[in-house]
Design a protein around this ligand. Sequence first.
Ligand code: AMP
Length: 511
Amino acid sequence: MDILEQIGWMAEKFGERTAIKSSQESLTYAELERYSDGLAAWIHRRYGDSKIPVIVYGHKSPWMIVCFLACVKAGKAYCPQDISIPKVRVFDTVRSVEPELVFVVEGELEPQIGKCLGLKEIKKIAENTEEKSCKEWWVKGDDTYYIIFTSGSTGKPKGVQITADCLNHYLDWSVTLGGGREEKEGAYFLNQAPFSFDLSVMDLYTSLASGGTLFPMEKELQSDYGRMFAFLEQADINFWVSTPSFVDMCLSDRKFNQALLPKLQAFLFCGEVLTTSTVWNLMERFPDAKIINTYGPTESTVAVSDVEITKKLLQDISAAGGTLPVGCEKKNTFLEIWDEDGKPLPDGKQGEIIIIGDTVSTGYYGRPELTEKAFFTCERKGKNYRAYRTGDAGYKKDGQLYYNGRIDLQVKLHGYRIEIEDIENNMVRLPQIRQAVVVPNIREGKVKSLTAFVTGDMGSQTPLEFSQKVKQDLKELIPTYMIPKKIRHIDSIPMNPHGKADRKYLGGLVG
Ligand code: AMP
């Protein structure tokens, strides 16, 4: 499918249908089409065929989507940045993209950046430009459609480039998850993840491709159960897309059950380990909803495998004390397990998960050295594909893929992807810290929290004051979800026999 054609078709056929409905504002398909076309015409008139990406800064406003579509209809990739990202990191991204244009839909970015366009101006242009976008301008094929920045081990985020073809191939598959195209036609979708995380692509574009209605849930609602459940009740969604951590949080309230969401057809999960206990809980509270586990990194366009967790599968896995599978690969994708020398391993043997297929990214924006390390090309069934070394450990059994942690220092905490070194490198930027080693606290195969062991100057502060000050200072440098829960000051970092920080020993102290 071509997503832009598909949205245009939806606007023609179901123009009055609501495409996006936040708690503040909603837009119909006709409005989405007209406004994104008008804004695209304006962008193209000003910036011509330039391929420099546009940054779109904001949160859950439906106008974020107008800007995304306007960019790609004007032939430019967009790069979403959520307002919860610390400004220092947003500026790092701005510096690496060097955009000609930044849309500031919500929050504030000026005066540090000169080329910003605020919501008032965006609306004025979009609502008053009658011109249509020209199909020749649209991003297509191997043109980059969006760039999503993820945690990078150097302490600066790296931008994953996803092409129009990647997104279109991904959507051919995602519209079938948890129910066919007919069931999705006009369905209601929950959007939980910020648009700067690729999980949001699963709900946003699957909804638009199906003529559905997307319900973006603002961050402040997500931390207020009363308002969140009122939002969910009113949205009456059919397809739930979130991380398992988010659903675990909802499950902690008994009101989260089928009576709240009577029309729910399926839970679609991705991004981190889905535990058997979460699924048991969901099956008890939502007996009629399907539960789908999907797997994949941002670098392969959201997800590449899926499996429905049935009661039988859950019972078998629970009885054996095993972990849930992450699914079978989608069409035109090959999930292989390789050893350290790059040799494919047989079923049952654990190694690194390699993704080969038509939704693998073209690499990291402006970072050829990183791209070369992680990406390569590979022939399968007579066709050349891009391939990606995930850094995930896993094995295959009976066609199913099983995830078994990481081979490096990346973790998933509450659904967020974090490079441990990203935190450490930012911690040592603080004047009071000399060295920092961050270790995860893991239970049931899932990271529950992070502890930082640090050396440096505590001055006259108590350990509690020191830890509070470090956390406060870190807010300027990294997102809140990356800040370690515990900061422990120690005299020196213990070393292993190779002369490296002894992460294993420190990990044992937090278990
Ligand atoms: P992200 O790029 O933020 O989507 O994070 C990708 C990483 O999340 C993968 O490389 C895995 O480590 C992890 N991940 C994604 N899906 C799953 C899953 N279903 N089960 C366990 N881990 C997952």
